[in-house]
Write a protein that binds this ligand. Sequence first.
Ligand SMILES: [Zn+2]
Length: 342
Amino acid sequence: MALYAELHRHLGGSVVPRILWRYFERNQADLTQRFPNYESFEDFYTRPRNTLDEYLELHTLVEKVQTAETLPYFIYRLMRGAFVFENLAYLELRYTPFLRTPEHLSQSERIDLMASVVEVVGRASQMSEYPIVTSQILCMHARLPYEVNRAIVDLAAQMPEYVCGIDLAGGDNHYGDRLDEFIQLYDNARSLGLNTTGHLYETPDGCHPALLPYLMRVGHGIQIPLKHSELLPQLAAQGQCLEVCPTTYLKTGTMQSIHELKVVFDRCFEAGVDIAICTDNAGLHNMRLPFEYESLLTHDIIGFDELQACQDAAFRHAFAWKHKQHPVSILNEVLRPELSAV
Ligand SMILES: [Zn+2]
């Protein structure tokens, strides 16, 4: 049995449509009345969008219902599915804690509540029934003010028992005029010893080379091999890994066909740049991580050797995985004591 490490999964986008529908039926029946039946809801929830912005808008639907009270409900189901259906040994869950606090409170009250959200997520995701090694990535957000993003970085540094790194989300086409601010935030994060990833080079409008040196992993980064391959040797030299999420590019309109990914993998392998294959928003996509791998194989984008290289890369670049030197083939041996200790 192959085991997988998932490095890029959003807490909001990881709720599968059936679970969300059941939750609405039980708790917010008015929302289900917008749809004649479950199938029409699933179609609405999972269908491709024309742009990244339109796609990201869907996150707000889930963010609103993921509160401190309801997060354990969603996380329990997420971990159960990840263990039973995906063979995940390791999972980094990412989200913006500020967006899980009540909207009617003041900004400073919401900032104060972020730590309790992190704790709720941390406790809910560590369960002996589904023993996946798990940690959180806190996402700064392109649409949130500096003070909030700064507080997110500080919080990540204060809660290493639950948090393994930080991210920047919200659409890489929206960083433009605030680039200096985000550089400063990342610079501060690195000085605090935090691990860093960030959504970057996902879309043609999201190519910001000035941010690259601050990232240990690049969220997506597909525009680098596609349009800026001169940067690949620099990435290889710095050991930066791309978190490639194949289904996302079809759902956001960034790619028209999965075959466009072939050049991404070919150029990265040639240059020695690691790729971790990830789901991004497994629920929104109705997708499981092993099927992302299988789909790349069946479309002849990678072969079995490359598949294993990507599996290994995911464990090697995991922020909170303690056995980075072990290839997947002996993971089982390594994993047993790790899991029994959970
Ligand atoms: Zn993402």
